[in-house]
Design a protein around this ligand. Structure first.
Ligand SMILES: Cc1ncc(COP(=O)(O)O)c(C=O)c1O
Length: 392
C-alpha cells in the first residue's frame, strides 16, 4: 500500500454545500452565483487585442531564466508602485507564479518544519492549506468588529509569545475589507522588533479601496523598519488570474533585507516557476490592465450601492467594506447559517458563502462577491432578501 503524506490527508469528498450545488445543477435549475469572483467570468470588458499583443514577444522563444524574474518584468512591477507614489527598487522584487506561491516561498525562507505563523481570523480560507503544504502551523489572531474592523493586538501578541516566525496580514483583508491603519501598524512593527518576527503582508486587493481614509497604510512595500515581505500579483491588480504572475517585495533594514533576498533567490532558483510569456509581456499587460482595474472598481461600487439600497428596511445588514471584492452580510439568527445557505440554494437558486468558511463564528454571516455582473447581482440580492424576509 502506498503511504501518502499526513499533510495531504485532507477531506476529499464534497462537503454538504458542494454536494447540494452538484445536485441542483444536475437538476438543470439555474443558479445565481453570488460567490463568483473570477473576473474573467463576470462580463467585465477586457482589452483582448492589447493582452494578446503583449504576449506575442519574440523574446519568449529563448530560455533565459533569472530566479528573481527577468529585469524588464521587475521594472514593470516597480513602475506599478511608482504610479501610486511608492518607491520600490527593482532589486527588491522577486517574481512568483502567483501570490499563493509567493506565500510558500516566504514560508520556506522564514520557517522550518513545525514552526508557527500568525494568521488573521476571520480569513479567506487559504492559510490552513498553504501552511500545511509548507509544514507550518497556523496560530490565529482575532479581528475585532466594534462597528469597524480592527486587529485585536492582544491576541496578536499572544501569538508572538507562542513563538511565531512571521505575522501575516491581508491589506485590505479578505473578506472584511479592513485596511491596516497607521496607529495599529506602528504597534505591530514594535511587536515585530520585540519578538524578532518578520511580517508578510498580502496586498492583492490594495487597488480596490472603496472610500477615502488618510489613517490607512498605503502599502508596506516601502517600509524599512522591520523585515517585510509584501505580496501582490496580477490576478487581482489587473484581473488576469489565468496568466499566473505574483511577486514579493522584500523591504527592511539593509542586512536583513539582503540576506532574505539571497535566501529567497535560491528557493526561487530551485523552482524557476514563472513562465517567459507573462514576464516578457508584463509591462504591456500592466498598461492594458489599468482599464480592467478601473472597470472592476466601478463594478464593485455599483454592486455595493445596490446592496445598500436593497437592504434598507430589511433585517439584513451590511458592514460597508473599506476595500476589496467582498461584502459580509449579517442575517437574522432565526435559522443557522447552514440552513439559510442551503435553503437559499435549494429553494431560491442563489449561491452564497456561509460565514464559517471564513472562520466567522457568530452563525449569522454570509459572504458574497461584489464583482458579478450588476444585473445578475441585483437579481441574486433581490431573491436573497425576499427569501430571508419571507422565512424570518
Ligand atoms: C487575500 C488573497 N490572497 C491571495 C490570493 C491568491 O492570489 P493568486 O491568484 O495570485 O494566487 C487570494 C485569492 O483569492 C486572496 O483572496
Amino acid at each position: 500500500m502506498t503511504k501518502f503524506s499526513h499533510r495531504t490527508n485532507w477531506q476529499r469528498s464534497p462537503n454538504r454545500l458542494s454536494a447540494l450545488l452538484g445536485a441542483v445543477r444536475e437538476n438543470g435549475s439555474t443558479i445565481t452565483d453570488l460567490t463568483l469572483s473570477n473576473p474573467t467570468r463576470c462580463g467585465i470588458p477586457y482589452p483582448d487585442e492589447m493582452i494578446l499583443a503583449a504576449m506575442r514577444q519574440r523574446a519568449v522563444l529563448q530560455y533565459d531564466p533569472d530566479p528573481r524574474g527577468i529585469p524588464t518584468a521587475r521594472m514593470a512591477v516597480a513602475q506599478y508602485y511608482r504610479e501610486c507614489g511608492i518607491q520600490v527598487d527593482d532589486d527588491a522584487i522577486l517574481l512568483t507564479a502567483s501570490t499563493s506561491e509567493a506565500y510558500c516561498l516566504s514560508f520556506a525562507t522564514l520557517c522550518d518544519q513545525g514552526d508557527a505563523i500568525a494568521v488573521p481570523a476571520p480569513t479567506y480560507p487559504l492559510f490552513e492549506y498553504l501552511g500545511q503544504l509548507s509544514g507550518v502551523k497556523t496560530i490565529p489572531y482575532s479581528l475585532r468588529d466594534d462597528g469597524h474592523w480592527s486587529i485585536d493586538l492582544e491576541s496578536l501578541e499572544a501569538a508572538c509569545r507562542e513563538g511565531v516566525k512571521t505575522m501575516v496580514f491581508v491589506h485590505p483583508h479578505n473578506p472584511t475589507g479592513m485596511f491596516l491603519k497607521h496607529d495599529q501598524f506602528t504597534l505591530i512593527k514594535q511587536m515585530a522588533i520585540k519578538y524578532d518576527v518578520a511580517l508578510i503582508v498580502d496586498e492583492v486587493f490594495r487597488d480596490y479601496p472603496l472610500c477615502e481614509d488618510v489613517t490607512r497604510v498605503t502599502s508596506t512595500a516601502s517600509e524599512h523598519e522591520v523585515l517585510i515581505f509584501t505580496l501582490n500579483g496580477i490576478s487581482k491588480s489587473i484581473g488576469l488570474p489565468q496568466l499566473k504572475l505574483g511577486w514579493i517585495v522584500v523591504s527592511g533594514p539593509d542586512g536583513q533585507r539582503k540576506e532574505a533576498m539571497e535566501r529567497m533567490e535560491i528557493v526561487a532558483d530551485s523552482l524557476l516557476s514563472v513562465n517567459a510569456v507573462v514576464q516578457h509581456g508584463l509591462s504591456e499587460l500592466m498598461l492594458a490592465g489599468r482599464g480592467v482595474r478601473k472597470q472592476i472598481l466601478d463594478r464593485i461600487q455599483t454592486n455595493l450601492k445596490d446592496l445598500q439600497t436593497t437592504f434598507a428596511g430589511t433585517p439584513l445588514t451590511l458592514r460597508r467594506p473599506e476595500g476589496g471584492w467582498y461584502a459580509c452580510v449579517k442575517i437574522p439568527n432565526t435559522r443557522s447559517e447552514d440552513e439559510w445557505v442551503e435553503s437559499l440554494l435549494a429553494e431560491s437558486g442563489v449561491l452564497v458563502h456561509p460565514g464559517y468558511y471564513f472562520d466567522f463564528h457568530d452563525d449569522r454571516t454570509l459572504v458574497i462577491s461584489l464583482i458579478p455582473n450588476p444585473e445578475e447581482f441585483k437579481k441574486g440580492v433581490d431573491t436573497m432578501v425576499r427569501h430571508i424576509v419571507g422565512l424570518s
